[in-house]
Design a binder for this molecule. Structure first.
Ligand SMILES: Cc1cc2nc3c(=O)[nH]c(=O)nc-3n(C[C@H](O)[C@H](O)[C@H](O)COP(=O)(O)O)c2cc1C
Length: 209
């Protein structure tokens, strides 16, 4: 119901703002596929990723569970955008044919560099300051059949020294600048407005009064 300050709308996009990530998986021929994604959260060491079923990423993960998740910073937004109409799926699924084309080497197409992982097959993205090696522990079909909820355990974390705090054991949130994807636009992180007392990098407890 409409009121003076709010209206009911039916937007085509509900991506309110999540980190952009690049997910690398292993193709049947052993090469790496790379895809842009944003549906993400982390609980402890587990990642939960929302992955569309008709992509090569989903096809790979259901058979070969190794993956990497690399987090681009804001200057890499064009590399992400270059991936936005590419699929590693051949032939391109009918539903994607109007917009997407098959690309077997998406690292090259995006202008990104594969960097060998330690524990999993797929490489991570060298240009990303933060990257996880992970393995799928469970993939659950979504309610409408169009996506998978992929639960993956993080096996190793790679971080550029430039984004670490002085202890070298924590990401310094003020140095780390994830690329945020909101309503199909890209943003930088923005200014810090506060923190939690539980943060390992907080200078002092937050003042909440
Ligand atoms: C910024 C951005 C965010 C995206 N987020 C997701 C996502 O969270 N999950 C997903 O499955 N696809 C997402 N996509 C779409 C995939 O990148 C696209 O379906 C691509 O074809 C997948 O490649 P693949 O078929 O080689 O796996 C996103 C694309 C862009 C550009």
């Amino acid at each position: 119901m409409a009121s003076a300050d709010q209206v009911v709308i039916e937007p085509s996009v509900l991506y309110v703002g999540t980190p952009t990530y690049l997910i690398a998986t292993e193709n049947p021929d052993g090469t790496a596929n790379l895809a842009a994604a944003s549906s993400y959260w982390a609980l402890g060491r587990m990642l939960v990723l929302g992955i569309e079923v008709d992509g090569q990423t989903a096809a790979n993960l259901l058979v070969r569970p190794d993956l990497t998740v690399s987090f681009p910073s804001a200057p890499l937004w064009r590399a992400v955008a270059r991936l936005s109409d590419l699929t590693g799926r051949d032939p391109v699924p009918a539903a994607k044919a109007a917009r997407y084309r098959f690309e077997p080497d998406k690292f090259r197409a995006a202008g990104l560099t594969p960097r060998a992982s330690d524990l999993v097959g797929p490489p991570r993205v060298a240009e990303c300051a933060l990257a996880f090696e992970a393995r799928v522990r469970r993939a659950t079909p979504g309610l409408d059949g169009s996506y998978l909820m992929v639960e993956a355990e993080v096996l190793r974390v790679h971080a550029d020294r430039a984004v670490l705090d002085p202890t070298g054991q924590h990401i310094d949130p003020t140095a780390w600048n994830p690329l945020v994807y909101a309503f199909r636009h890209f943003f930088e992180r923005g200014v810090e407005v506060g923190w939690l007392a539980s943060s390992p990098t907080a200078p002092h407890p937050p003042v909440l009064d």
